[in-house]
Design a protein around this ligand. Structure first.
Ligand code: ADP
Ligand code: MG
Length: 605
């Protein structure tokens, strides 16, 4: 809230909330309006909860109303058994909804599956089926009458109105907290590129399951109160499905991924629905209106209302002020900063093996294709090792087996002498295995600085709840950017940089992990010669500072000038290994890869 007040746009929600607080006091005879606003707030609460998993992490759930029902039944059943008002059980409703979501999340979020959407609908259907058939517990399809509290006799709406307003504020506070935390930053990274997020140390499974569980909490909390407000709980599948659709619509209209978008959307969608119902007559105008709104939003405001307005305002401001022009070609030289202090591993590294990374007997097949076939390779600690070979020879696949993106069909991977074959991608990143990608995979919607503070060196609850800029990482990120001569790009969106600059930023990002070894996948391909020179300097400096480098590259002169040892891959097998001199003169290599003219054609392959 305090931060929101610093921005002029942060005033708007505060004013709206103020109006909501004052409305029942200032206006008279508002029972109908209040009851409409209660449902608006309910949708705002649900859309904000949904936003935590579907808006931030991008995993769209279409069955989230099941968690509202979980809260409704928890309040109704236990309230009756214990003879207390259902609404006092709201915290318990939050717990049961959260537990159900945890179980569902653990099952469906372990993988990165497109079937997630379908499964969320299935969970809703299953939930309603259980509610309709477990007569002993839920009263079956007849449901429950929920006793009204004694205070509700004279004026039932106004107290509920304020209770829902309170829940809404709590939900917004929860969202704000998550969005500012590392957890929130990690979720946005997952939405941008899940594989990349894992490679920089984000425990994607934990993050997704946590977000999914937390997203159900506001539903369960509000559900217990809502059941009592309604006065009954029945398992109506049609209502539940419509509710899920409406709340998704609310978040989409308002702007998913934003703090206030889902809140504003909740009000808009339900007010529109109310207008539609009044205007309906015999005709089902309200569904028609909803359908049209959905189509219009998807077509003209795919980001939602709030982000669209924000972008519009931002563009107007930018066009008024002088454009802040950055020459995309200009780039500062590598600085003299002592990089070793910034990137030295802080945790004890077992130096039991002189080979920092070793693979033995790696086999990886894709259907009929054997991409990597029985590869043994040991990377000397402190070396710069090259890996060359024609396109399709299995270099990237071998990298993916080393980093854990793929699990090899056979063979083992050792890091610092320890078997990590079964470790997840983020664990390997924590243990000091960093990598860049052949096609850079920066988080395009984030600034360069945000890209650099995203990597995580460990996984812990304390870290997840910490603010995203709470530690020393901003300072370190600036030092790394400074070292690489990228300081001027700090505030730029990653997408605005040239391909070569993105490659350097991606390397800077990996350095934030303080990796013991970095795997570079074709770092020089597609970038201009000045940047290649700079890249070579950076790699040498990193190596001097103690970082081991394994580099896949087609620029043979670059590889031969940088590396201590070069391995040649061909058809998924190691053709030969040796020093640059040996490789340069190996007839087998010349034949298979370099071609007879290689001594003449110095430059890119
Ligand atoms: P390189 O990086 O040396 O150019 P790759 O490791 O990308 O080679 O590819 C080696 C072989 O594996 C190629 O035949 C490629 O088509 C195949 N391959 C790589 N990744 C996949 C994948 N995800 N699914 C199916 N086949 C793949
Ligand atoms: Mg490749």
């Amino acid at each position: 809230m305090i931060a929101a007040l610093k921005r002029p746009s942060g005033f708007l929600p505060v004013i709206l909330i103020g109006l909501l607080i004052l409305y029942p006091i200032l206006a008279s005879d508002t029972r109908y309006e209040e009851s409409v606003l209660i449902i608006c707030m309910l949708y705002a609460i649900m859309a904000s909860g949904w936003n935590l998993i579907s808006g931030l992490a991008g995993y769209v759930s279409l069955g989230h109303s099941v968690y509202l029902y979980m809260g409704m039944y928890t309040g109704a059943i236990l309230g009756k058994a214990w003879e207390i008002d259902a609404m006092w059980l709201a915290p318990l409703g939050a717990v049961t909804a959260g537990l159900l979501a945890l179980v569902v999340g653990l099952i469906v979020l372990r993988t990165r599956s497109h079937s997630f959407v379908i499964i969320t609908i299935a969970v809703l259907l299953l939930g309603m089926l259980v509610a309709a058939n477990w007569r002993g517990l839920t009263g079956g399809s007849d449901g429950f009458i929920v006793k009204q509290p004694s205070w509700a006799k004279d004026n039932p709406t106004t107290p509920y109105y304020y209770i829902f307003l309170g829940i809404l504020l709590l939900t917004v506070a929860l969202s704000a907290f998550i969005m500012r935390s590392r957890l929130g930053a990690g979720l946005v990274a997952i939405r941008n590129d899940e594989g990349k997020a894992a490679s920089i140390g984000i425990n994607t499974t934990l993050y997704k399951v946590t977000a999914y569980t937390l997203s159900a909490v506001p539903f369960g909390f509000a559900g217990a109160v809502y059941g009592q407000f309604l006065g009954f709980v029945t398992p109506s599948l049609v209502v539940a499905i419509l509710m899920s659709v409406f709340l998704v619509l609310a978040a989409l209209v308002g702007g998913r991924g934003t703090l206030w978008g889902p809140v504003i959307g909740g009000f808009l969608v339900w007010l529109l629905n109310e207008v539609g119902t009044i205007a309906a007559g015999e005709f089902r105008a309200r569904l028609l209106i909803m359908g049209v709104v959905l189509i219009l939003v998807v077509m003209f405001m795919p980001m939602g209302l709030l982000p669209t307005i924000r972008n519009f305002v931002k563009k107007r401001r930018e066009s008024k002020s002088a454009v802040n022009f950055i020459d995309q070609k200009s780039i500062a030289a590598v600085s003299d900063v002592d990089i070793s202090k910034i990137i030295a591993r802080t945790r004890q590294q077992s130096e039991g093996s002189s080979h920092i990374l070793e693979v033995k007997g790696i086999v990886k097949r894709f259907g009929g294709v054997t991409a990597v076939n029985d590869v043994d390779m040991a990377i000397e600690r402190g070396s710069i090792t090259g890996l060359i070979g024609p396109n399709g020879s299995g270099k990237t696949t071998l990298f993916n087996c080393m980093t854990g993106t793929f699990r090899p069909d056979e063979g083992v991977v050792l890091l610092d002498g320890e078997n990590i074959t079964r470790d997840r991608v983020w664990t390997r990143a924590h243990d000091g295995l960093g990598r860049t990608f052949q096609i850079t995979r920066l988080f395009k919607s984030m600034t360069v600085l945000d890209n650099l503070v995203a990597p995580l060196e460990t996984t812990s609850v304390r870290q997840m709840v910490a603010g995203r800029y709470s530690g020393d990482e901003v300072e370190r990120a600036r030092e790394v950017l400074d070292f690489m001569g990228l300081a001027q790009f700090e505030k730029q969106d990653a997408a605005a940089l040239s391909f070569g600059q993105q490659k350097l930023v991606e390397l800077a990002q990996v350095l934030m992990l303080r990796p013991g070894i970095i795997l570079l996948d074709e770092p020089a391909s597609g970038i201009n010669p000045t940047l290649i020179e700079k890249l070579a300097t950076v790699i040498r400096r990193l190596n001097d500072a103690g970082t081991t480098v394994l580099i896949v590259e087609h620029n043979i002169p670059l590889v031969l000038s940088l590396c201590d040892t070069v391995h040649v891959l061909s058809g998924g097998e190691v053709l030969t290994s040796g020093t640059p001199d040996q490789i340069r003169n190996d007839p087998q290599v010349i034949e298979a890869y370099l071609g007879p003219d290689h001594m003449v054609g110095v430059g890119n392959e």
